[in-house]
Ligand binder design. Sequence first.
Ligand code: PEP
Ligand code: MN
Length: 287
Amino acid sequence: MTTAMKPEATEEQPARRASSRSHGKRSVFDIAGRRVGGSHLALIAGPCTVESRQGTLEVAAAVSDGGASMLRGGAFKPRTSPYSFQGLGQEGLRLLAEAKERTGLPIVTELLDVRDVGDVVEVADVIQIGARNMQNYPLLAEAGRTDCAVLLKRGLAATLEELVMAAEYVLKEGNERVMLCERGIRTHETAYRFTLDLLAVPALQEMSHLPVIVDPSHAAGRRDWVEPMSLAAVAAGADGIIVEVHEEPERAICDGAQAFPAAGFADYAKRIRRVAELAGKKVSVAL
Ligand code: PEP
Ligand code: MN
């Protein structure tokens, strides 16, 4: 076999770029002036879905004032039912651009379809790959060919090994800024939306050099459980938290039951900073 025909990765070292064996130390990288990894904690907050101009700008201002590192918000939404609201699409991206212009916050938004990549990269600093797309390999490769960082969510029933291998698809294209995200997995338990697997934090940090972010909102499915799980995740050593915030959660089109009201974000962020300090980290804000 010639060298050119050699397989790229061997069975013995399947995750050659994502694995900590090949890297030695933990990754720290910059996202539009915010550092992520190591002693830098990313606090990502915003609506599940971009719904309106006023609401988006209100939430953006609240999370910015409260000390968030980045603004999240979906313009393209992966919904269980095809009849549910699918997101504002292009208009949603325009609103995120306006929120970014006003607050300076980097934008985290989901890329659902490879055909939208050109529009999404115009606005996004971080491309979110949703749980349902964790193993959509063409989508991962497409995100890997952009200049955006990537937040890769764990699939609903994915093992950590599968998550790390999915990250490998992004890294293989030359994009080194990948964050892994635990967002709850499906187990036999039905008392909450998903089971938040906090052991994934130290386990992934051992398996890979990539920052590990925790999404307590989608796991809990209920606002009052989001803060305790956020604080636990930070105490467990997470490199970031992604949390849903809405200007008026009772009226949210999507995921309102788990969203914090914008008015409560600053106090929540204060408590996150206290636990971050205990964990030896600082919430990352503009340099
Ligand atoms: C979201 O972040 O709004 C979302 C849909 O997340 P997940 O892909 O983890 O369900
Ligand atoms: Mn959501």
